[in-house]
Structure formats: C-alpha cells, structure tokens
Design a protein around this ligand. Sequence first.
Ligand SMILES: NC(=O)c1ccc[n+]([C@@H]2O[C@H](COP(=O)([O-])OP(=O)(O)OC[C@H]3O[C@@H](n4cnc5c(N)ncnc54)[C@H](O)[C@@H]3O)[C@@H](O)[C@H]2O)c1
Length: 268
Amino acid sequence: MLGNLNNKIALITGGGQGLGLGIVKRMAEQGADIVIADINNNNTLDAKEIVEKLGNSAWTSYMDVTDKLSIKNSIEEIISNTKRIDILVNNAGVAGAAGSTGTFFRDIDWEFTWKVNVKGVADVTEAVLPYMLKRKYGKIINISSVAARAAKYTTAYYATTKMSVIAYTQALAREFASQNINVNAIAPGRIWTAFHQDWMEERDKLGDDVVKGRDRYEVFLESLREVIPMGRPQTPSDIGALAAFLASEDASNITGQTIQCDGGQVMV
Ligand SMILES: NC(=O)c1ccc[n+]([C@@H]2O[C@H](COP(=O)([O-])OP(=O)(O)OC[C@H]3O[C@@H](n4cnc5c(N)ncnc54)[C@H](O)[C@@H]3O)[C@@H](O)[C@H]2O)c1
C-alpha cells in the first residue's frame, strides 16, 4: 500500500474540521493512530470518534498555537499518553483576524495571521522536535497555500504568511536532514471549508455585490473556475492523501519540497 502509516502516531493541529479533518481521516485510513490538537474542543471529539470507528487509537488535546504555554502543556500531555510523535502536521491556520474581509488592510490582520500561520507553526514544531531528535525520526508537514505563489483572490498578509511557511520548511529541512527528519509543505488550492464560508459572510455584511443574496458555494465555484485549469475545487481528502504519502516511507528521500495540490493553478 502506498503511504502506509501502520504503527505511526500523527499529531495534526487544527485537526477538528476542514482540511485538518481530511488529513486526520486519511492518515487513520492508512493505519496511523491520531492526535487531534485544536483550539475548538467540540470538533476534536467528533474527529476522535471518526478515527476510533476506523479501529485506530485517537487522542484529543486542547492547543492554541498562538500561546506557547498552551503548546507546551498540550505536547507534554500528548507525550505522556503516546510516548512519541512520529508525524507532525502543522495545519491550523487563519485567513485574518475576526471580521477580516480582505478588502482593506488592518494591523490586526497582519499580526494575528502571522501569529497563527507562521509563529504558531514554528512554536509547535520547536516543541515537538526534541522528541523527534531523540529518536532520529520524524516527518513534519506544513500546510502552506496556493496563495503563496498565485496572488489572485488572496490578501497580501495571508500570502506573505504562506510564503513564509515555505521558507521555514526549507530552512528546517536543511537543518535537520542529517537527523533523519523530513520536512515538507503542501500548498492546497481551493477547498470549501469554514475558511471560505466565514469570509463570504463578512463580505456579505459589507454589501459586496458579488456575494449579496447569492448561493455561497456558487460564488466559490465561479471564482475558482477563473483560475484553476481543472475547473473544480480540491477536497480535504486530496490533501489528506498527499499528507499521508509525504509522511510515509515512500517519501523518505523527499525533503524541503512544497507540493501544490491545486488543480494546476500553479505550475512550478
Ligand atoms: N480552505 C482552503 O481553500 C485552503 C487553501 C489553502 C490552504 N489552506 C490552509 O489549510 C489550513 C486549514 O484550513 P481550513 O480551510 O481547513 O480552515 P478551517 O477554518 O475550516 O479549520 C481550521 C482549524 O484550525 C483550528 N484553529 C484555528 N486557530 C487555531 C489556533 N490558534 N490553535 C489551534 N487550532 C486552531 C480551528 O479550530 C479549525 O479546526 C490553514 O492553514 C489554511 O490556511 C486552506
């Protein structure tokens, strides 16, 4: 089986919904036991149940990736339960601070987005790395975005954070390659999750004509048809499949890469 994750333990941040949940499900299907770390306790319990129904072990842990103490407590709790972390997926991310519409720049959007999407990724990684280094084994997968390389329908602050994730991935990959730690990134295209749904609600409140009174999913499809050669959205399962592959021994000589899963929007 390609992407075999039997006997592996995978920690997925923001694993309670959206892309994170797609990664949780796919990694569990490939055999991994799963830890779901999220700021939202309700969605983690649902995710745990899904994993357990597949016959795998699952744990949940409250973690706010913007708070170092919360990360420390969470990782200690996880390690006391699982004894190790083989795979870390830094998936938790935001498109802006509350009320962001992307139509104008606010300091709070720059600061909050940086705190979650970049500093959050680095802080969680640095909390997990010592346990991987001790065993000279680890797979780290960071979720970037098509926004890093194609700046249509995104904001400057979001694109900047997702490009930073790529730079961080490369720096980390080089630094820890000799310790048998693989670090890669995935750049997803467009997936219909709360991420887009919330953004459209905000645009509607502001009276944006493109959204006003229209079916949200139709607006989403319309915008992606303009930029995605394959003309269709990507799914949480697509991202999960790629993450499972990168976390498996099939990808043991792939490190420092960012792989687009975006229906051909970016070709590099
Ligand atoms: N949806 C897309 O089209 C798309 C495209 C490219 C990249 N991405 C990236 O994929 C990742 C997941 O996005 P999504 O669409 O599933 O979003 P989502 O909003 O549906 O889910 C995000 C998850 O992260 C959790 N989270 C948010 N802030 C957190 C924090 N401070 N600490 C811990 N957990 C936190 C949320 O509770 C939620 O479970 C993000 O990094 C996003 O930038 C999404």
